[in-house]
Design a protein around this ligand. Sequence first.
Ligand code: ISE
Length: 337
Amino acid sequence: MMEELKIGLVGTGAIGRTHIERINNKLSGAKVIACADKNVDFCRSVAEKYGLKAYETGEEMIAAPDVDAVIVTTLDPFHAEYVLAAIAAGKPVFCEKPLAPDAETCRKIVDAEIASGKHLVQVGFMRRYDAGYMQLKEAIASRKYGEPLLLHCAHRNPSVGDDYDTPMEVENSMIHEIDVLRWLLGEDYATAEVRYGKKCRRAHDKLQDPQVMILTTKSGVRIDVEAFVTTGHCYQIKCEVVCEDGILNLPESPTINVCAGANVGHEIDSDWSTRFAEAYNTEFQQWINATKEGRVDGPTAWDGYAGQVAAAAASKARDTQSIVPIVYDEMPAFYCE
Ligand code: ISE
């Protein structure tokens, strides 16, 4: 087994830089040694700050002989081209979610990975590594509380940028629920529906907020997810699983309870980077360990594809204000191994 995994990262924006920091300063067994970005000058400044080699293009970096594995943290529309380049080079690649903005491109990646004959792709659905979700999954799988019947979930952000519009509530935010709930329940979805709440005064012209997505699974579990991304005050992720013999709730981040100023309470997270910081650490440490052993043990390219199929159905449901069936291709045997 190689001593230290040498990683090249393409896309040196905020999330890319937090991954460089976590891998190089907190985790073990790997180092980010190279980077690339379409903004070449900015990429150089990042390379200088972290002591990396800057490349003019992602393709050149992926092809470099001393780069063992690749992380893709570019803007969403560019993910696929670098994932495909890594597969063509036979190198393991971790791609932030979404794998690609549409199911067809995800399917292309799936087909390229199968044709390469090697499991190479992992998608960055970090919620699967959150301690609370892991406990929920174990409790559901044990069937100690009977069959899960209903799920009530919420995905609340304090604010979003001006470029965050109505479709992004499904495609950028609730895509996390789409993935993690499918994993939690261990089954695929059957239908999607998206309805609007009364519009919040903080939501800009191109953003209809809040929204409610309703999913049903193949066995009939009904899920409602509230997305409210202009709360103005909190980042909050809720997941309540109503089972036949018990009700299971996702815990919040543990913070101290404070009694002061005639008030008792505890702080909650104000964004996803703190709420899921530990999940990201666990996700990357496991990816490093598995990659060094030549395995992929996290969300696969197929999971990336399945997420986009459901997201596309939910988007259609939103645009047509109707219930839309979610229809997947048959899962290739490659992903059952
Ligand atoms: C953002 O892109 C993320 O991935 C966060 O995890 C999510 O909570 C947020 O709503 C998205 O905008």
